[in-house]
Design a protein around this ligand. Structure first.
Ligand SMILES: Cc1cc2nc3c(=O)[nH]c(=O)nc-3n(C[C@H](O)[C@H](O)[C@H](O)COP(=O)(O)OP(=O)(O)OC[C@H]3O[C@@H](n4cnc5c(N)ncnc54)[C@H](O)[C@@H]3O)c2cc1C
Length: 462
């Protein structure tokens, strides 16, 4: 008898028909896709638990039956980590939407794993706090998925990625054991910090059920400007000046190469806030507590960068409308379907000082293979994160060939093939470019210790 036979019935008996859906009688098409990939493997059951106990029961039954499980959050991931690529039971946290506690003294928010990012941000804001992880998928990405991918986004430079804002976690291991570690303390060196193993593990070690998230006081003032530089070395000088001049107030340093800037303005009919012709365009943003004092400081620091030649030209946003217009250029990838379609997008990391050299070499290699390639570059370079997008031409410029060149180049520069989005199924074949055989072997030992039968999220990461 097949291993999966009878698991639907066992799950239903333990959890009820309301919690366990039969894929034969329910349309699960949407549950097979994340934002970029589709999984076509057989799905034995869909479990929609409401609490940790139900997750634990489902995991234990699957473990005893030798059946694999695929953890799912908001399905906004960009690496295919949540789609079924092996026969499995889907366990979705979509009903685990309780905001359990906001502790103003500890500055923490305790949530179930299915709470959506936008709800976390709004709950924090309503209480005068700020939750700093922010990204385009905020309307669907859930706390558990954000933790499992160690998501980053727009404010990493100042506040860090999910890893930096998670103080406590509850997780269900593959055999159903519940590990409750809802720590609220900043300092806690009592043995191993076990939650770190599950952050960024892409659901391959356990199902996260609850999280304690760190909050910050809401910022009172924001300054935004666009600065033009001639060369990447000048961008680095500008970055150094901004880091020293703004200290921890510097929240964004988004660098757009000239071709990206042209695409983000001309291709959309947007007016260019600074003229074309410069090599690089950088959005600089700060957050602080006093708008007038911050405006003065912003003008002084950018003015000094222009005096010493690092910056050639600059505009400072004078209204929220102007701020939005500057960010719209940087947010062009959200609307690539209009200008760069179909496109392949990369999210890589490199040592900040070498990103300019890397981008130039990567472009030369791509152009040597396809004289007509349209590739553009931009990045949160202060976070060491570079995004590359290239237009695909079916039958001519194919995804695998582009990946081989870009990831080969990343490996040669000692970079990471995934800055933010994870490995999932998308980058599995390329992990060796960024991790040594010893590192991958250690990852496999950790996996084997927690999941010896390989039942949780098989086929992902490695
Ligand atoms: C428009 C857009 C913009 C984005 N921008 C950014 C960005 O700027 N920075 C960035 O870092 N990311 C970005 N992302 C991707 C981001 O990583 C995901 O949106 C998010 O982190 C995944 O959350 P999710 O709940 O949708 O998880 P899913 O997509 O459902 O799952 C993602 C992974 O986590 C696992 N998982 C999900 N829930 C759990 C759980 N409770 N326990 C264990 N494993 C679990 C899944 O198995 C899978 O491997 C963007 C996505 C979109 C759509």
């Amino acid at each position: 008898m097949a291993l999966g036979a009878g698991i639907l019935e066992s799950l239903r008996q333990a959890l009820g028909d309301d919690v366990v859906l039969d894929p034969a009688t329910n349309d699960i098409t949407a549950r097979r896709r994340d934002f970029s990939f589709e999984g076509t493997a057989p799905v034995l059951a869909v479990v929609l638990p409401r609490d940790t106990d139900q997750v634990s029961k489902a995991m234990r039954l699957c473990h005893e039956a030798g059946v694999a499980v695929t953890p799912q959050g908001g399905l906004s991931g960009l690496a295919g980590g949540a789609v079924p690529v092996a026969e499995s039971v889907l366990i979705s946290t979509e009903r685990m939407r309780a905001v359990e506690e906001l502790d103003p003294a500890a500055q923490t928010l305790t949530v179930q794993a299915g709470v959506v990012l936008e709800t976390i941000q709004n709950t924090a804001a309503d209480a005068g706090f700020f939750f700093p992880v922010d990204l385009g998928g905020r309307g669907s990405a859930q706390a558990g998925g954000l933790a499992s991918t160690n998501a980053g986004g727009n404010c990493v430079l100042r506040y860090g990625m999910m890893r930096e804002v998670i103080l406590g976690m509850e997780v269900v291991l593959p055999d159903g054991t519940v590990i409750t570690s809802l720590n609220k303390m900043i300092k806690n060196n009592a043995g191993y910090d076990l939650k770190q193993m599950f952050i960024g593990a892409e659901g391959t070690l356990g199902v996260i059920t609850r999280l304690v998230l760190r909050l910050y006081p809401a910022p009172q003032a924001t300054c935004t400007g666009l600065v033009a530089c001639a060369a990447y070395d000048d961008v680095l000088k500008l970055l150094d000046r901004c880091r020293r001049g703004f200290g921890s107030g510097l929240t964004a340093f988004e660098c757009m190469w000239a071709d990206f800037y042209r695409l983000g303005t001309d291709a959309y009919g947007r007016p260019a806030p600074l003229p074309h012709g410069h090599g690089f365009y950088v959005i600089v943003e700060t957050q602080g507590a006093d708008q007038d004092a911050d405006n003065t400081r912003f003008e002084t620091v950018i003015g000094e960068a222009m005096e010493d030649g690092a910056a050639l030209d600059a505009v400072i946003a004078r209204s929220s409308r102007e701020t939005t217009a500057l960010w719209a250029i940087r947010d062009t990838p959200g609307d690539y379907s209009k200008v760069l379609n179909p496109a392949i997008n990369f999210d890589v990391s490199l040592s900040v000082g070498r990103i300019g050299e890397f981008a130039a070499e990567c472009h030369v290699k791509l152009a040597a293979r396809w004289g007509d390639i349209h590739d553009v570059y931009f990045g949160h370079i202060a976070d060491s994160n570079l995004h590359i997008s290239a237009r695909l031409v079916p039958g001519h410029i194919e995804p695998k060939a582009v990946k081989d060149i870009v990831y080969g180049c990343v490996g040669a520069f000692g970079g990471s093939i995934s800055a933010e989005h994870g490995i999932g199924i998308d980058k599995r074949d390329y992990l060796h470019h960024s991790r040594s055989p010893e590192e991958i072997a250690l990852m496999r030992r950790v996996k084997a210790a927690l999941d010896p039968a390989g039942l949780i999220n098989p086929g992902k990461v490695f």
